[in-house]
Design a protein around this ligand. Structure first.
Ligand code: PNS
Length: 160
């Protein structure tokens, strides 16, 4: 039987507990989950791609069927190259839906890749990497929303 392999794509700048929840739940459904950091050359991140990969790798070390990768280009091409039939995305609120629907339909059209949406846990429905960075930048405590090593990395980046 073919391996059911899925990709959980994103910027992950940095990974949050919301991302991790979706990755953990996806790892129970698919045989293998690849967390792919998509490189956007027009958008400078807080963390480098290598740092993001390291933070994700440490966050998923307890999940034996999850690995981490990065990709510069179309997600649909990554899926085709790596024999991935499914994309997994978390949906936090209706506001996520329009854009996610558009991308999922485009990825289906481009390469026949299916997208599975997973409802985010209500505890994390307000959470985003952007808000975590902003709160951390101004000295707010984001310890409830990111893994502890990510919290430390944020504090160190903002000189706290
Ligand atoms: O965490 P994000 O920033 O919401 O993730 C968005 C991401 C990286 C998954 C999306 O922008 C993407 O797939 N980028 C890769 C380039 C691509 O394939 N664009 C066309 C999408 S139909």
């Amino acid at each position: 039987m073919a391996i059911r392999r899925a990709v959980a794509p994103g910027s992950f700048d940095p990974i949050t507990l919301g991302h991790l929840d979706v990755i953990e739940r996806a790892s129970k459904i698919f045989d293998e989950v690849i967390v792919a950091v998509l490189i956007n050359s027009t958008k400078a991140g807080l963390f480098s791609i290598e740092e993001r990969i390291d933070l994700i790798t440490r966050s998923v070390s307890h999940l034996k069927n999850v690995r981490v990768d990065s990709w510069s280009g179309l997600l649909a091409d990554y899926c085709e190259d790596h024999e991935i039939a499914a994309i997994v995305k978390g949906l936090r609120a209706v506001s996520d839906f329009d854009y996610e629907l558009q991308m999922s339909q485009m990825n289906l059209k481009l390469k026949g890749i299916e997208t599975f949406f997973m409802a985010t846990k209500p505890d994390y429905s307000f959470l985003s990497s952007s808000l975590v960075k902003e709160i951390s930048k101004y000295g707010g405590d984001v310890g409830s929303w990111v893994p502890s090593h990510v919290h430390l990395a944020l504090q160190s980046r903002f000189g706290k």
